[in-house]
Design a protein around this ligand. Structure first.
Ligand code: CA2
Length: 143
């Protein structure tokens, strides 16, 4: 099995600012946490600040027949029809993750266009959300 962990715009800044909202972990520490939690498991990690590059990462995951995607589209969650279409177009299970609880924040964050095309959404559990999403994808592939 191989799972794509895909992070959207500004998440490259994790751990450097807004730590009150997103915690002190960095993208690198997220990678290490997942590798430690799922030893020997194959992950593909990608982050982009560009909408089209995120679309391409989703297409590539499908072309390469990966087994699922854990996707934090960040700000694009609330705006991007193109990313929603890409999530819907690929024949892979996609779980959307948000580090913060989008429903406890400003109203414009309450709706996720991309989340409507994912099989599920985890929001507000910090980095643990990524790990739970991976666990779900592994368990559902086995059954
Ligand atoms: O809670 C999440 O994971 C979000 O997807 C994060 C997005 C936000 O637009 C969504 O509403 C919820 C923002 C990512 C910005 O990341 C930063 C990280 C560190 C410092 C500044 C921004």
């Amino acid at each position: 099995m191989e799972i794509l962990i895909l992070n959207g715009p500004n998440l490259n800044l994790l751990g450097t600012r807004e730590t009150d909202i997103y915690g002190s972990g960095t993208l690198e520490s997220l990678k290490q946490d997942l590798r430690r939690s799922y030893p020997g498991f194959a992950f593909r990690f990608a982050q982009s600040n560009l909408e089209g590059e995120l679309v391409n990462h989703l297409h590539d995951a499908a072309t390469d027949a990966l087994d699922g995607v854990v996707f934090n589209p960040a700000g694009f969650s609330h705006t991007s029809v193109a990313l929603r279409d890409a999530v819907a177009a690929i024949d892979l299970p996609v779980i959307e993750v948000h580090i913060s609880n989008i429903y406890a924040r400003e109203e414009f964050r309450h709706a996720s266009l991309t989340g409507g095309a994912a099989i599920g959404v985890i929001s507000g559990l910090g980095f643990e959300g990524y790990s739970l999403a991976v666990r779900y994808l592994i368990d559902s592939a086995r059954t």
